[in-house]
Ligand binder design. Structure first.
Ligand SMILES: *Cc1c(COP(=O)(O)O)cnc(C)c1O
Length: 390
């Protein structure tokens, strides 16, 4: 929490105290720190690493990410176009189901295309190869093993539609298939990957020697403190050794933008109903939906859990949804209207999911450069709210 911000409009330099509110502020230094870790994984393991746009797609930061990562993985036409226009290295597109009306464009700009089912593979592969003879085709398989912490994030759960099970595998695709893809992790360490790999190999290992690549998906929490990077490197090296130095891809989203920036918001009002409630100019529902879906509690700068410090407040969003609540937090000092509340680690799965629900403004997007200067990249207003309705 930062005490009453004074906005001096004539001031030319933008600092953290006069950025728009709400605002996502990417920290370039922290992003580069993550990329350095990912580079080490690449260099020592020989794997290629892609950015999963599903988790993080702040494309004005792609100049920085492109220096290290090998490309992007996209989940469909729009993400593929963004990667093609703004990232430009390798583009791997996987979708749970491709559409007739979109497959031609996707085929023309992608380097890898991963189908979810043998049926989709058969339906589209000839057409895709005709449009782009150099494209490398693959199939997402379901290793039917995951330690994902929640069912909503478990691609190998009961009745999952994501990936082909061994039972549904159709060997006739193999004549045109260069690789297999699995994605079975969510914010997980290497031990979980080891378990997935064992199951993947037990089911599909017999096919791998004939392939050009295997994609280990995302969910690797590589940049988190305590993640066993040496073990990841060893697992990949061992896998490559056993399969003729086959190309291995990782496609993390969260790990790229992990702890790379915050959401800056402002206290608008403080109301009392059994407890003290601070209403801020943001929304858990619209701007940080994983706090409700996961659910989890974002850290707030200078704050602790409820009742640990002297003054406890419920921080709540400025929408009419009763459950639009970020959580209960305690502070050393009383909150005042105009105070800044900073939610930590709000780069991944936030701006890609944000909505204008209830007409609430999307947070501005800004970047703090390595020298400390701040560039406001984009602000949003009524036009964005109106423009996505009709
Ligand atoms: C979500 C997803 C990713 C990225 O997952 P993170 O948890 O953000 O690393 C990668 N690949 C696929 C297929 C995904 O669905």
């Amino acid at each position: 929490m930062v005490k009453n911000r004074v906005i001096i409009t004539s001031m030319k330099t933008i600092t953290e105290t006069n950025i728009p509110s709400p605002c996502w502020l990417l920290d370039e230094k922290a992003l580069r720190k993550n990329l350095k870790i990912l580079k080490q994984i690449k260099d020592e393991s020989g794997a290629k690493i892609l950015l999963a746009l599903k988790g993080f797609a702040l494309w004005k930061s792609f100049d920085i990410i492109r220096e290290t990562l090998d490309g992007c993985c996209a989940s469909g036409l729009n993400e593929a176009k963004l990667a093609h226009e703004e990232f430009q290295k390798e583009l791997h597109t996987y979708s749970p189901a491709f559409k007739e009306s979109e497959i031609d464009t996707i085929a023309s700009i992608s380097h890898h295309l991963v189908f979810n089912s043998p049926d989709q593979f058969h339906r589209f592969y000839k057409r895709v190869k005709e449009i782009n003879p150099d494209i490398s085709l693959g199939l997402r398989v379901n290793p039917e093993y995951s330690q994902a912490p929640k069912e909503i994030y478990n691609p190998c759960g009961l009745y999952s539609r994501l990936g082909t099970t061994l039972e549904n595998f159709d060997p006739s695709i193999l004549q045109a298939c260069d690789g297999l893809h699995f994605h079975a992790l969510c914010e997980q360490d290497c031990d979980a990957l080891e378990g997935v790999l064992e199951n993947f190999e037990a089911k599909f290992g017999g096919l791998i020697k004939k392939l050009k690549w295997v994609n280990f998906g995302g969910g690797h929490h590589i940049t988190r403190a305590g993640y066993d990077r040496e073990k990841l490197i060893a697992l990949i090296k061992d896998f490559k050794k056993r399969y003729n130095n086959i190309e291995v891809y990782l496609e993390p989203g969260e790990a790229v933008a992990w702890q790379c920036g915050d959401l800056h918001t402002t206290v608008l009002d403080i109301v009392h109903n059994g407890i003290d409630i601070a209403i801020i100019d943001s929304s858990a529902e619209a701007h940080m939906p994983d706090t409700i879906i996961m659910p989890y509690r974002a850290d707030v700068e200078g704050a602790d859990e409820a009742n640990k410090k002297q003054y406890t407040y419920r921080l709540a969003g400025n929408t009419c949804l009763a459950g639009d609540i970020m959580g209960d937090y305690s502070f050393d000092e009383k909150l005042q209207i105009g105070d800044t509340i900073i939610f930590k680690d709000q780069m991944h799965y936030t701006m890609v999911k944000a909505t204008t629900f209830n007409g609430i403004n999307l947070p501005a997007i800004a970047i703090k450069r390595e020298d400390g200067s701040i560039e406001v990249l984009k602000t949003f207003g009524y036009e964005e709210f109106k423009g996505r309705l009709s």
